[in-house]
Design a protein around this ligand. Structure first.
Ligand SMILES: NC(=O)C1=CN([C@@H]2O[C@H](COP(=O)(O)OP(=O)(O)OC[C@H]3O[C@@H](n4cnc5c(N)ncnc54)[C@H](O)[C@@H]3O)[C@@H](O)[C@H]2O)C=CC1
Ligand SMILES: CC(C)CCC[C@@H](C)[C@H]1CC[C@H]2C3=C(CC[C@]12C)[C@@]1(C)CCC(=O)C[C@@H]1CC3
Length: 345
């Protein structure tokens, strides 16, 4: 009689593994002895121990090929928030995530860890030490957030009481670190265009920025804690640096570290928000004729001018989470990793 080989519990898949967070996750998993199947619409690197599967996560057959013998799936794929493309967000984050869940079920995957976002509860107004009990945003600040909410609901609902599939969602906030394609490059681009002179509001608003290795650590802890009897099944967890910082101090540290001047002049929050909203509406109306993307979108202004930091007590209690890299060290490593973005480079 043929014996069925049990898939190894150290064989996992990272959907979105070519991205910023995905690649850091793949590297850490490999260093911990996992073998990794990387699934993404693009291949951005090669690594021993990682097998690449290029495909769209909306394509179940392509996913099934990548999930063969896999027991654990990390789903960290999403279109970039800056794409501002409603149809794309819906197709990838909602329908695509449904397809990922179906593929996991058909392939016999036992555990799934979703990268959600702390922004699923953010409506553009202050959140101070917010817990996971806050309700989902009724008026999310953009399409990206709207679809991240639906995505998280789908994944948490897919957690099966018969334990055939266990799921958990990680909600990071403001991820930064080497190879980040968003935060530092946008900041530097804005500074190079002479637009980082202003502080939106009084500059005292506290925000979470999370070093990428802490986000990776939270994901792996969640995966390794996900067992039928575990309290984390079907739940969402904030993962941050647990060191809320003034938004404008963080921006200034990165800018000054790279040789640029820190912003100095204050502008009233409501004025900048109103202007950003107006500009966004104009860009929407003109979209068929000219494509221009404002730097100061209403979403970025809201993120830059309000308090939004989150409690990680639940992750500490249920999975023993503790950040592994401090904010200061994270900023240092990040600044050092971008020599080409230094002033004058
Ligand atoms: N960067 C941040 O500050 C935060 C990010 N997140 C979440 O973390 C996750 C990872 O984000 P990042 O690494 O920053 O983004 P990223 O853009 O670097 O990575 C996303 C990856 O998903 C892939 N992808 C997109 N559509 C796909 C599709 N249809 N099929 C297969 N692959 C597809 C992309 O090619 C890319 O490699 C996302 O789910 C994002 O929503 C959550 C909170 C904060
Ligand atoms: C032009 C400046 C006012 C701001 C430049 C920095 C911003 C590009 C970033 C500051 C906070 C970041 C952030 C995200 C993207 C990059 C920033 C807006 C997210 C929207 C990424 C996706 C998420 O899930 C939430 C993040 C919140 C913080």
């Amino acid at each position: 009689m043929a014996t069925r080989i049990r898939p190894s519990s150290k064989r996992c898949a990272v959907i979105g593994g070519s991205g910023f967070l995905g690649r850091h996750l793949v590297e850490k998993l490999l260093s911990k002895g996992y073998s990794v199947s990387v699934f993404d619409i693009r291949q951005s690197y090669e690594l021993p121990g990682a097998t690449f599967h290029q495909g769209d996560l909306c394509d179940k057959q392509a996913l099934l090929a990548a999930l063969r013998d896999v027991t654990l799936v990390f789903h960290c794929a999403s279109p970039a928030p800056a794409s501002d493309d409603k149809a794309l967000f819906e197709r990838v984050n909602i329908q695509g995530t449904q397809t990922v869940i179906q593929a996991c079920t058909e392939a016999g995957v036992q555990k799934m860890v979703l990268t959600s976002s702390a922004s699923v509860v953010f409506e553009g107004t202050d959140i101070k030490n917010g817990s996971e009990d806050l309700p989902y945003a009724e008026k999310p600040i953009d399409y990206y957030t709207e679809t991240k909410i639906e995505q998280e609901k789908l994944v948490l609902k897919a957690c099966k009481p018969d334990h055939s599939l266990l799921t958990v969602a990680i909600r990071p906030h403001g991820i930064f670190g080497p190879r980040d394609p968003q935060l530092v490059p946008i900041l530097v681009d804005t500074a190079r265009r002479g637009k980082m002179k202003f502080i939106i509001g009084d500059g005292t608003n506290l925000v979470d920025f999370t070093y990428v290795e802490n986000v990776v650590h939270g994901h792996i802890l969640a995966a390794e804690s996900l067992r039928p009897e575990s309290p984390i099944c079907g739940k969402a967890y904030h993962i941050t640096n647990d060191e809320p910082v003034r938004f404008w101090d963080f921006m200034s540290d990165v800018l000054v570290g790279l040789g640029y001047a820190a912003p100095r002049y204050h502008l009233p929050y409501s004025l900048v928000y109103g202007l950003a909203l107006l500009l966004w509406l104009v860009s929407l109306l003109l979209r068929p004729l000219v494509a221009f993307k404002p730097t100061f979108t209403p979403m970025r202004v809201a993120l830059a001018g309000t308090h939004h930091y989150y409690s990680v007590s639940r992750a500490k209690q249920d999975m023993g989470y503790k950040p592994v890299v401090s904010l200061k060290e994270g900023i240092k490593r990040t600044v050092e990793s971008y020599p080409h973005l230094r002033h004058g480079a």
